[in-house]
Design a protein around this ligand. Structure first.
Ligand code: SF4
Length: 211
């Protein structure tokens, strides 16, 4: 698929999401925060859900967390326009609570389609929530990070949420840089076959993301 085709199909999907009322989160949103970045990105970030600034601006990872993420990308030789950033749910949960399972289920079609269209070599999950969800684990981010996990024909590299780095200081920042370096190394080696877990590679529409 050409980059123009991907961009066009993402725009159609974003337009659809912008009018979505498939779960209760539509009631409190200002804007649907669909996603942002390159339609053919090798590296895709997945966070939890929009916060206050994102809800107001309609863009994921703005504010201090977004600024830190941009700085971390620069440290590994990337820029924000080169990557794609999305969240598990596209509307802000009230009070920044975790999304509930029925909200995740209602919204997952958008994320699956984004992964399918962008087709990144590496998905970086930001924080506990998206890491546990995608990798189906109860192990916390502190133990999960620092490794690349084969995942449906690509890899997941978990790392901290930038908000955690802002709270906890330089040690967490440096661990995030290390994780992003790992992600770039995995991308460079992407011609190597990826062993899927479990079973054989499957098309993204069959990804059992959140079951
Ligand atoms: S969170 Fe997702 S499913 Fe729920 S209203 Fe927003 S776009 Fe629709």
């Amino acid at each position: 698929m050409t980059i123009e085709d991907r961009a066009a199909r993402l725009r159609v999907l974003e337009k659809e999401a912008s009018a979505c009322i498939n779960c209760r989160l539509h009631q409190g949103r200002t804007t649907v925060v669909f996603g942002d970045g390159a339609p053919n990105a090798d590296l895709m970030f997945i966070g939890e859900g929009p916060g206050q600034h994102e809800d107001l601006q309609g863009v994921p990872f703005v504010g201090r967390s977004g600024q830190l993420l941009s700085t971390l990308l620069e440290r590994v030789g990337l820029s924000r326009p080169e990557v794609y950033i999305a969240n598990v749910v596209k509307c802000r949960p009230p009070g920044n609570r975790d999304p509930r399972q029925d909200e995740i289920d209602a919204c997952k079609g958008y994320l699956v389609e984004q992964i399918k269209l962008i087709d990144p070599a590496v998905v970086v999950t930001l924080g506990n929530f998206s890491t546990k969800l995608l990798l189906k684990t109860q192990v916390g981010i502190t133990r999960m990070r620092g490794q690349a996990y084969p995942w449906w024909g690509r890899h997941v590299v978990p790392t901290f949420h930038p908000a955690a780095a802002l709270r906890n200081g330089p040690r967490v920042v440096e661990e995030m840089v290390s994780d992003l370096r790992l992600a770039t190394q995995v991308i460079e080696q992407r011609t190597l076959p990826v062993e899927d877990a479990p079973g054989e590679a499957r098309p993204p529409e069959q990804i059992g993301l959140f079951q």
